[in-house]
Design a binder for this molecule. Structure first.
Ligand code: LLP
Length: 463
């Protein structure tokens, strides 16, 4: 799914079995800054630290497995996105990537808006003081209760995802004497180059209303007719973990074409377009993501060019990055348990977590990197598969990677770039306890989501 699924580096089929790996790094002790949070480094004693705190100490204090999130990196990435797009655009952080009350506070302080897609995310956002007008509400099957609440609290926009929802939101808003700001989510017919499960702009899937066959134009027609709705624009999200701007280019072009059609038919110029999220991050050294200012420049240019040729004023642009903000800011720390060398194959390294804290490898064939972080080693590289402790052979955290051959039980290893869609997709499989998220900032560590306990499990099990 990521580019590293097709590495350009040398193959080792003659030495090692088939896999996704490239050559082992010359020095396994070096940390590639592309995949690690900004304050992560290896100190002189060989121990890796984040925000100035050694992982050995963090493991003692907070246990393993645990996610450690570099708060200053998170805030810097928020600012980079906000600065890149400037005051004439809006950046909505996609809360599904990872949301907690602390995160909402950081977003608020850094001037970002928030995209939520469930009642639970809305609750978290409001509880942590995100102003409702800075919230966008998404989802392909919002319940009546969710819509009623979103309208009542006054969310800045609801992104409409079906013909039924157009009528439903209009009716609810009208019955409350309100006019709800909405966008219509369209599928532009782009095949995004990513895993099938996270591509969302081709027509044969559950999200949005197709531009093809005039469906989206019909949705606009209906929305404009309804008093309960203020249609502010068109939304398109083409998928996730995308590196190539070509898909966004096609998407922007088709959305602008729709704006031109709307102007021609209704004499209305819709003031906003939202191009969604989906920008890729580096999970391994093979991945080369773009910086926010390049992305902003490219998107702004595409939209201005298309609008100019359609004779439209350039609409206000919004984007919804989730992974690109939080993904690189965290790593998962594990303790090594059993180690099983399989002659002629690879060595299976078991850790104290697994698919319950990172389902992405099993679900999307995602690739990750891994490093020994509690010490350095001069031992030769050994091909490993990092696996969890769950009762399932697909319980793989890192499919193919190299770790030093003297790896031993009790060593700490860390998997970088787990800030997005790991804690938020974590499960209790095998009644495991979901790990905590610990924010680290300038020599201080603070639990922002605590570790689950067995009491938590029993509390839900009402007997
Ligand atoms: N906006 C909308 C409407 C979305 O549906 C999504 C992601 C985003 C923004 C944020 O996308 P991002 O920038 O984070 O890629 N669980 C999958 C990703 C699913 C994404 C769903 N929607 C994964 O682990 O890769």
């Amino acid at each position: 799914m990521s580019r590293s699924a097709h590495p350009a580096g040398p193959r080792h089929a003659d030495v090692y079995p088939e896999g996704h790996y490239t050559a082992p790094a010359a020095d396994l002790n070096l940390l590639d800054e592309k995949v690690w949070a900004r304050s992560v480094r290896r100190d002189d004693d060989g121990v890796v630290s984040v925000g100035g705190l050694a992982v050995t100490r963090l493991a003692e204090e907070f246990g393993t497995p645990a996610y450690f999130l570099d708060e200053s990196d998170f805030r810097a990435r928020c600012r980079a996105w906000a600065d890149a797009f400037g005051p004439d655009a809006d950046v909505f952080y996609a809360g599904k990537a990872f949301l907690s009350r602390a995160v909402v506070r950081w977003l608020r302080e850094e001037g970002l808006n928030l995209d939520v897609c469930s009642g639970g995310e809305l609750t978290t956002a409001l509880d942590a003081g995100m102003p409702a007008e800075r919230i966008a509400y998404h989802g392909n099957n919002k319940s009546v209760e969710e819509i009623e609440r979103a309208v009542r609290v006054g969310v800045g926009r609801i992104v409409l995802d079906s013909f039924q929802e157009i009528v439903r939101v209009a009716h609810i808003a009208q019955s409350m004497g309100k006019r709800q700001r909405v966008q219509i989510r369209v599928t532009v017919g782009v095949e995004a180059h990513t895993h099938e499960f996270i591509a969302t702009a081709h027509e044969d899937q559950k999200f949005g209303i197709a531009l093809a066959d005039g469906q989206a134009a019909e949705a606009v027609r209906r929305a404009l007719r309804l008093d309960g709705l203020e249609l502010i624009g068109i939304h398109s999200h083409i998928g996730s973990q995308i590196f190539d701007m070509a898909g966004f280019e096609v998407s922007a072009r088709r959305v602008v074409q729709l704006l031109a059609e709307v102007r021609d038919e209704h004499g209305v110029e819709l003031p906003e377009i939202d191009l969604g999220g989906g920008l890729g991050i580096a999970y391994t050294s093979e991945d080369d993501p773009s910086e926010p200012h390049h992305i902003a420049k490219a998107l702004n240019e595409i939209v201005s060019r298309e609008c100019e040729s359609a004779g439209l004023a350039t609409p206000r642009i919004s984007v919804e990055p989730g992974r690109a903000i939080v993904g690189p800011t965290a790593f998962t720390l594990y303790e090594v348990g059993t180690i099983k060398p399989l002659e002629g194959l690879r060595t299976y390294v078991s850790v104290d977590g697994g698919m319950s804290d990172n389902i992405r490898t099993a679900l999307y064939d995602a690739e990750y990197s891994v490093a020994l972080v509690s010490r350095t080693s001069d031992a030769a590289p050994m091909l490993v598969r990092v696996v969890g402790k769950h009762c399932e052979s697909g319980d793989i955290v890192v499919r193919d990677a190299f770790l030093p051959a003297d790896l031993a039980p009790g060593d700490l290893i860390a998997v970088p770039a787990t800030g997005a869609y790991c804690r938020s997709m974590a499960s209790n499989y095998n009644h495991s306890l979901r790990p905590p998220v610990v924010a680290v900032n300038d020599g201080e560590a603070r639990v922002i989501v605590r570790r689950e306990t067995e009491e938590d499990l029993l509390r839900l099990d009402v007997g």
